[in-house]
Design a binder for this molecule. Structure first.
Ligand code: SF4
Ligand code: MG
Length: 328
């Protein structure tokens, strides 16, 4: 359970002025065993910072992360270390975690060496068992990561994450570099682990279709805030927030203008340094009105579950007319 999570960084401008990067602001999330929470948004929206805060790889500026009843900020160092082994991360580039000079078996066994005392023979058995759980042949244990395909390397990274019996695995763009069919296989693997073993996943990607495919619930992030949240089908099939709709219509980058949808391209995500007042999406939103600059929109419950934080997502008839008339 994530409560009002905040992460600000201080930076200096080229003229030496102190500026604040609003990487994450007032994020609230919850995740249960055997569920997959999708976190989607453009790069720069704060998804990876949320991931690092969840695992307490960095300290929050405010708010709380409670894992299995324990507030991570209050845990003493040795207990935090224990707790952390239940939370693992899989990255886009498996070379971040797989040493190119070690063979796959050594890479998978390494976390066990650190955290468990077991004989070499036991460890070797466990490596084979983990390879089997991720759908790889035992012979892979003797190979170097470079000798594997991208999909196989990602399976190895997942096997390594499984080595410490995690309750939570955060996948940060873990399938983004894979081709479509390999991506589908890794997603099937993740869903199998969720269903058979009750592992909870946070699945981070910039592509809403992929996130919809794998997730039970989706949180849409924009410039450090969650702007829409709800059951995956509701968010994907009936998106309420203009940003979620723009993500689906792929109008967010010049050159990627989707001619068929009739939406205009709306440019790059602004800097998280001194983000826009009120609704952070207002500088790119075609529906923005005066109140959008003055007030931060609060989460409004949506039919079908979850919520959207937009001044137009009120039950008022005028808002409904504006949204329908603009072709959404
Ligand atoms: Fe657009 Fe205003 Fe809604 Fe923000 S609050 S998404 S600017 S209409
Ligand atoms: Mg990222």
């Amino acid at each position: 359970d994530v409560h009002q999570l905040v992460k600000h960084f201080a930076v200096r401008s080229s003229r030496g002025r102190r500026q604040v990067v609003h990487a994450v602001d007032d994020v609230n999330l919850s995740l249960r065993p055997g569920r997959i929470l999708g976190l989607v948004g453009e790069s720069g929206s704060g998804k990876s910072t949320v991931a690092r805060l969840l695992l307490r790889l960095i300290d929050p500026s405010g708010g709380r992360v409670v894992v299995m009843g324990e507030d991570l900020a209050r845990l003493k160092r040795n207990l935090l270390r224990k707790q952390r082994k239940h939370m693992q991360m899989v990255f886009q580039d498996p070379y971040g975690t797989l040493d190119p000079l070690m063979n796959v078996g050594q890479s998978i066994a390494e976390p066990m060496l650190v955290h468990f005392s077991m004989s070499a023979a036991k460890r070797r058995d466990r490596v084979f068992e983990l390879l089997d759980r991720v759908g790889l042949d035992p012979s892979v244990a003797d190979r170097r990561p470079a000798a594997l395909s991208g999909g196989q390397r990602q399976r190895v990274a997942i096997a390594r994450a499984l080595a410490l019996n995690p309750t939570l695995i955060v996948c940060d763009e873990a399938v983004s570099a894979l081709d479509v069919s390999t991506r589908a296989q890794i997603i099937n693997l993740i869903q199998g682990l969720k269903e058979r073993e009750g592992i909870a996943f946070v699945f981070i990607a910039h592509d809403l279709a992929t996130v919809h495919h794998v997730s039970d619930d989706i949180a849409v992030m924009y410039l450090g805030r969650v702007v829409e949240y709800g059951p995956a089908d509701r968010v994907y099939l009936a998106p309420a927030h203009p940003y979620t709709r723009a993500l689906l219509a792929s109008v967010l980058r010049p050159g990627e203008h989707n001619e068929d949808s009739g939406h205009r391209a709306i440019g790059e995500i602004p800097s998280p340094i001194d983000p826009p007042s009120g609704c952070r999406f207002r500088t790119r939103c075609q529906f923005a009105v005066d109140i959008c600059a003055a007030e931060t929109p609060q989460p409004m419950p949506m039919p079908g579950g979850g919520w959207s934080a937009c001044h137009l997502n009120t039950p008022s008839p005028e808002a409904a007319v504006i949204l329908t008339a603009e072709g959404f």
